[in-house]
Design a protein around this ligand. Structure first.
Ligand SMILES: NC(=O)c1ccc[n+]([C@@H]2O[C@H](COP(=O)([O-])OP(=O)(O)OC[C@H]3O[C@@H](n4cnc5c(N)ncnc54)[C@H](O)[C@@H]3O)[C@@H](O)[C@H]2O)c1
Ligand SMILES: *[C@@H]1O[C@H](CO)[C@@H](O)[C@H](O)[C@H]1NC(C)=O
Length: 306
């Protein structure tokens, strides 16, 4: 295409997309009907994984639940049975183990069928200063929080591509967008998760596979227990999110095919400021907002003060 024509087309389409985005502010896109979908969730045995499973079950989707914790996972399935009368398929799987992922994925394909919505949600956190973090935990964080996503895509994406239909959801973190003092290995793993999901979305688009959608979720702390003890200095601007709220936001975003989901909304501002402000000023503001002390009193799972 000639230069002038191509530029003109881009200008025109930019205008169209800007208008579309503006209209979307007032009329959000319709939520898609997921009643025919097969939803696979990793880390479905607790926290927001469990809540998302219940929400998708309420919407009539068929659920495939994966967790390394068999008891928690079974409990989620029985909650689904009790509240929605639906059967959920449970599989005990360590999704950081590639061979196990492939083996159980084949079992799912035989016993349930092709997955149309894949939610990479399983995650762990070390919560120590980097130099004090055991090597094994650092490796594990990378394996569970990001590398596992590679194998999950390898296992379930081919069927989505063949049908040109599906949805890939990455439960990353705001720690996948901004570095945090005391969360170095976690941040590294979540940055990787964001980069992977974003790149794969582009790879799919570039190959014309526009029916396979991507949603990348970057929440601040959620009150599930995983980050117990972590604190926020200004809860008005940076609230610790309630799990039910986070879950509702995520499921809505998936149904509206929203690509990026940051919460609370102040994360959008934080990202802009990080890239816009002089570095020293960014650090100053971060410190003022309490970002240096998020992890000072971290306890995490199992060591609850209550
Ligand atoms: N809680 C927060 O503050 C917060 C904030 C931002 C993002 N996130 C992310 O949200 C996701 C869910 O977190 P949550 O708060 O519900 O935590 P959670 O600890 O309640 O749930 C995580 C689940 O993942 C499972 N899991 C851990 N390792 C696994 C493995 N190797 N294979 C399979 N399953 C495994 C656990 O058994 C658990 O059921 C995580 O990816 C987390 O990083 C959490
Ligand atoms: C969703 O689709 C199913 C089957 O196609 C249909 O039975 C159901 O009524 C739809 N639900 C809504 C809310 O439109």
């Amino acid at each position: 295409m000639n230069f002038l024509l191509e530029t003109l087309q881009v200008l025109l389409m930019s205008l169209v997309y800007s208008l579309e985005a503006f209209v979307r502010l007032f009329i959000p896109p319709r939520k898609k009907n997921v009643s025919g979908d097969f939803v696979l969730l990793t880390g479905a045995g607790s926290g927001i994984g469990r809540l998302m499973a219940l929400e998708f079950a309420r919407l009539g989707a068929r659920l495939v639940l994966w967790d390394i914790n068999e008891d928690g996972n079974k409990e989620t399935a029985s909650m689904i049975k009790e509240t929605h009368g639906a059967r959920a398929y449970t599989y005990t799987c360590d999704c950081s183990n590639r061979e196990e992922v492939y083996r159980i994925a084949n079992q799912v394909k035989r016993e349930v069928g092709d997955i149309t919505i894949l939610i990479n949600n399983a995650g762990i956190v070390t919560g120590k200063k980097f130099m004090e973090s055991p090597d094994s935990l650092i490796e594990k964080s990378m394996e569970v929080n990001s590398v596992a996503h590679f194998w999950m895509y390898k296992a379930f994406l081919p069927a989505m591509i063949a049908a040109n239909h599906g949805h890939l959801v990455s439960i990353a973190s705001s720690a996948g967008l901004i570095g945090v003092n005391g969360l170095a290995d976690y941040c590294a793993s979540k940055f990787a998760a964001v980069g992977f999901a974003e790149s794969m979305a582009l790879e799919l688009l570039a190959t014309g596979c526009d029916g396979v959608k991507t949603t990348i979720v970057c929440p601040f702390f959620i009150n599930t227990g995983m980050f117990d003890g972590a604190n926020t200095k200004w809860p008005r601007i940076m609230p610790i999110l309630e799990p039910e709220y986070a879950c509702r936001k995520i499921v809505d975003a998936v149904r509206r095919e929203q690509v990026y989901v940051y919460m609370p909304r102040s994360i959008y501002i934080a990202i802009i400021l990080k890239n816009l402000l002089p570095t020293k000023m960014g650090v100053l503001l971060g410190e003022y907002l309490g970002a240096f002390n998020f992890m000072a009193k971290f306890k995490g799972h199992g060591k609850k003060s209550k």
